[in-house]
Design a protein around this ligand. Structure first.
Ligand code: IPM
Ligand code: MN
Length: 356
């Protein structure tokens, strides 16, 4: 492994640039401590530029971004741009362009962080969701007939391929093995095989076939509705969950609020192949009303930066950041909510640097 870390940085909209600045600050600091040659390159992409130029992202920018192994993305969503335009044209565009077929969402309750679940402690909430990230209803296949009439018909196809679910399921088994949970390695497939009898049958059969290669990993299955129930009642049950794109989107918002909400939840859009470009982001969104106030929580972005390091092969550096985050949430911050942290956005970044 060489020790160069080139990162394309897209601050994006709203509070995105503010939280990304703290992610970069922590990456700079850990790079000094771990002798990493960290080279961030900013890209001016987002709602403001779209409003000025009409371009969300150009082919040339996609080509340029594709030269990077890692992208750090702040937030997508501008109050003056109709919802959906930037989400589709930027976030989903990049996920698809770079074939980032894994959406990795660690769900961990950090010390000192409030969960809406009564009587659950950090050791009870520590699992990972592996969400397929390139198929399902997200492919945009479908259409209208007789649009705008009382007889209108709309279709939105949930498309699944054998290759698509197999590569995701195999990655999830590998991940579960590597995570090596001391309570026992278990991979739970979350789907709806009792109703989606074609698409999720494909997932089910593929899960069984791939699982045969991983005798050390316990194979488990939940229907998605039951999973939502268990996640609230017994989150300590889970180790790793693998699921489809649409269900993964929904259950990771539920999981996100259990771990303390938008200020702490981070995710990675990963292309694990050699030379693949992966993208890491806080789940919080652009929070326009807090823009420029220095009150937004950067912890999720700093966690995303740690995930970025881990994916780029700097595991020890990633672990040091995760440790420092937990010192800061556990002993310093008053709350994870914007404006109630007891510190400014930049001060939280400083605290994480000091505790590395
Ligand atoms: C997420 C988001 C996106 C998704 C939106 C913004 C398109 O909700 O990353 O979970 O649905 O995947
Ligand atoms: Mn979502």
């Amino acid at each position: 492994m060489n020790n160069v870390l080139k990162v394309a940085v897209i601050g994006g909209d709203g509070t995105g640039p503010e939280v990304v600045a703290e992610g970069i600050k922590v990456l700079r600091e850990i790079s000094k401590l771990e002798n990493i040659n960290f080279e961030p390159t900013p890209f001016d992409i987002g709602g403001d530029r779209y409003l000025k130029t009409g371009v969300i992202i150009s082919d040339q920018e996609i080509e340029e971004l594709g030269k990077y192994q890692s992208i750090l993305l702040g937030a997508v969503g501008h109050p003056d741009v109709k919802p959906g335009i930037l989400e589709q044209g930027l976030l989903l565009k990049l996920r698809f362009a770079f074939d980032q077929y894994i959406n990795l969402r660690p769900v961990k309750l950090f010390p000192g962080v409030e969960t809406p679940l009564a009587n659950k402690k950090p050791e009870d909430l520590d699992f990972v969701v592996v969400r397929e990230n390139t198929e399902d209803m997200y492919v945009g296949t479908g259409g209208w007939m007789k649009k705008g009439t009382p007889d209108e018909v709309a279709t939105q196809v949930a498309l699944y391929t054998r290759k698509g679910c197999e590569r995701c399921i195999r990655w999830a088994f590998e991940y579960t093995r590597k995570r090596n949970n001391p309570k026992g390695k278990m991979l739970t497939l979350v789907a709806k095989t009792n109703v989606l009898t074609y698409g999720h049958d494909l997932w089910w059969r593929t899960f069984q076939e791939v699982g045969a290669d991983y005798p050390d990993v316990k194979m488990d299955y939940n229907h998605v509705d039951a999973c939502c129930m268990w996640m609230v009642k017994n989150p300590e049950y889970y180790d790793v969950i693998v699921t489809t794109n649409m269900f993964g989107d929904i259950i990771t918002d539920l999981a996100g609020i259990l771990q303390g909400g938008m200020g702490v939840a981070a995710g990675g859009n990963i292309n694990p192949e050699e030379g693949g470009t992966s993208m890491f982001e806080p789940m919080g969104g652009s929070a326009p009303k807090y823009t420029g106030l220095g009150v937004i929580n950067p912890i999720a972005t700093i966690s995303a930066a740690a995930m970025l390091l881990d994916q780029a092969g700097f595991e020890k550096a990633a672990q040091r950041i995760m440790k420092s985050i937990q010192i800061v949430t556990g002993t310093k911050m008053k709350s994870q909510a914007a404006g109630k942290m007891g510190y400014s956005t930049a001060q939280v970044g400083d605290l994480v640097c000091e505790n590395l």
